[in-house]
Design a protein around this ligand. Structure first.
Ligand code: NOJ
Length: 555
């Protein structure tokens, strides 16, 4: 593996292990399934993979509830399987980033079990956030915080002698108790976890809830301006998706988090080969996100402001400018992202006519469901614009196939804790997590050797299967492959954005080095700008650039 600061320009592909590829036919994706399919990612042209959690876990939040940070859940395989995956990826020139979930563990983690078994005020309890309840008998929660997934953020425990005891904090599910990151023992354990994966050769970490690990002193009450939950952060205007719960919340974006990342950075810097930290920090505005990637902290932070931006010229120009300015001001690359395992897939989201609260999802009873044809056009155009931008881009598995959100999942199949904790009021995130289609004619569309798949795949996915798109002119897969090839050839990741004047508001026109990019976010066709065509996200009838279409031209 050569090249320094590879992460400044990398295209990083998110693998959601349970839904990528299933080698043993149990309907659940696994590490061997990933290894077997890596050549397809090499052919796509990505630089790195980020693996969502595959650690030992009761799977109450699809693995974001970790019961052993240094082992693989039998559902996904073994540590040997991880080593094979990583070795194979490295042989193919693909770096491997693992997911670190430090805000909370599973309630099945031995550390939490020890805390439950120990006395109030013990060192074991101090690893988590236990407090006495309010009220005469302590039967009211310590404060008024809500869980991101809905419902109360506190659960009362029963003492070993059967009496009702203290309460513990869980910003997410009841089975995800929050650590106390002011505790030195907790800090020491996670240093060891970092070293465990770095010693095995991991190229870095995506850090879950990187804005939430420190809570305000005294855990003051807080009433969010909008009821409900999200991963945190505030909304950006005019988008198809918004987040709520601004960072003034006493559990988001507290200053103390930065000390943790400075400490971790020193550890990463001891290792050869440009290992990285990437922050999942849902904070606003972008200048604030940039604090996570100051020179002595993390390397990258997800650009959720970009993901939240509507498919509209002025908003896109503004967020691109803001991103380059904010990250540039601290010497970090901007990142770009349109989809992940927590949001409605952009092939559906960009056709929503109403705002969709982050994490709420869409389902059969959602009013005004998105038009799939418009959604796919916009998604292809939006991806073509994103992949032309300087910096590093994140792709979410399946977007290169143009997969839409799966809306018509049976209620009985849903697994997202959001669905259960809100009694079905929010559909949650299962619709973006349906196992991938690889082969049109195979059972489970080639997801695995059997017909099993942990969430049912819709019939239409036969036509979207990878083997139905490879080598097919105009397919979404070929569009992504072409874009990634041109991006590399023209070193767009290292380039810059020069806005081109003289276009209507809904046209996003820019030059990045030798490539001119023109995206028509409007409905009406405009004349196709002159120049040698390198890439088009859709048909260009009669030398026009139709709405919801992006082209790359030789500048
Ligand atoms: C963010 C992760 O992306 C999401 O999937 C998870 O549910 C929460 N953090 C809690 O770990």
């Amino acid at each position: 593996m050569t090249g320094s600061e590879w992460w400044r320009t990398a295209v990083i592909y998110q693998i959601y292990p349970r839904s990528f590829a299933d080698a043993n036919g149990d309907g659940m994706g696994d590490l061997t399934g990933i290894t077997n399919r890596l050549p397809a990612l090499r052919a796509l042209g990505i630089d790195a993979i980020w693996l969502s959690p595959f650690y030992t876990s009761p799977q109450n939040d699809a693995g974001y509830d970790v019961a052993d940070y240094c082992d693989v859940d039998p559902l996904f395989g073994t540590l040997d399987d991880f080593d094979t995956l990583q070795h194979t990826a490295h042989e193919l020139g693909i770096r491997v980033i693992v997911d670190l979930v430090p805000n909370h563990s599973s309630s099945e983690h031995p550390w939490f079990k020890a805390a439950l078994a120990a006395a109030e005020g013990s060192e074991e309890r101090a690893h988590y956030i236990f407090r006495d309840g309010q009220g005469e008998h302590g039967d009211l929660p310590p404060n008024n915080w809500d869980s991101v997934f809905g419902g109360n953020a506190w659960t009362r425990v029963t003492n070993p002698d059967g009496t009702p005891g203290q309460w513990y904090l869980h910003l997410f599910d009841t089975t995800q108790p929050d650590f106390d990151w002011d505790n030195e023992w907790v800090k020491a354990q996670f240093r060891d976890v970092l070293r465990f994966w770095l010693d095995r050769g991991a190229d870095g970490f995506r850090v879950d809830v990187a804005h939430g690990m420190i809570k305000a002193t005294g855990l003051p009450d807080y009433t969010p301006p909008v009821a409900g939950g999200s991963m945190g952060g505030a909304s950006t205007e005019g988008s198809g998706i918004i987040t709520e719960w601004p960072e003034t919340a006493p559990y988001w974006a507290q200053n103390g988090v930065h000390e943790i990342y400075r400490d971790w950075r020193l550890i990463l810097d001891e290792y050869p080969g440009d290992r990285i930290l990437a922050a999942e920090a849902w904070v606003d505005p972008l200048s604030h996100v940039a604090e996570w990637v100051r020179p002595d902290e993390m390397h990258q932070a997800f650009n959720f402001a970009y993901l939240e931006t509507a498919w509209a010229g002025p908003a896109l120009r503004r967020v691109i400018d803001d991103s380059l300015a904010a990250f540039g001001a601290v010497g970090a690359p901007s990142t770009w992202v349109l989809s992940n395992h927590d949001v409605v897939r952009h092939a559906s989201r960009l056709a929503l006519n109403h705002e969709n609260l982050q994490g709420h999802g869409i389902g059969p009873t959602t009013p005004d469901l998105p038009d799939s044809v418009i959604g796919l056009h916009r998604a292809r155009a939006a991806s073509a614009l994103m992949l032309a931008l300087p910096g590093s881009s994140y792709l979410y598995q399946g977007e290169e196939l143009g997969l839409p959100e799966v809306i018509h999942l049976p209620d009985s199949a849903r697994e997202d804790p959001t669905w259960f904790r809100t009694n079905g009021e929010r559909y949650g995130r299962d619709g973006c997590r349906v196992p991938l289609p690889w082969e049109a004619a195979a059972p489970s569309y080639g997801f695995g050797p059997s017909a099993e798949s942990w969430l049912p795949q819709p019939d239409e996915w036969a036509g979207l299967a990878r083997d139905a798109q490879v080598g097919v002119a105009g397919s979404t897969l070929e569009l992504y492959t072409l874009a990634l090839g041109l991006r590399r050839e023209h070193a767009l990741g290292l380039g810059s954005v020069e806005w081109l004047d003289g276009h209507a508001d809904e046209i996003v026109a820019l030059r990045n080095g030798a490539v001119t990019v023109v995206a028509n976010t409007g409905a009406a066709s405009v004349p196709l700008p002159a120049g040698e065509l390198l890439l088009a996200s859709g048909p260009l009838p009669g030398n026009t650039l139709p709405g919801d279409t992006t082209v790359w031209l030789r500048a």
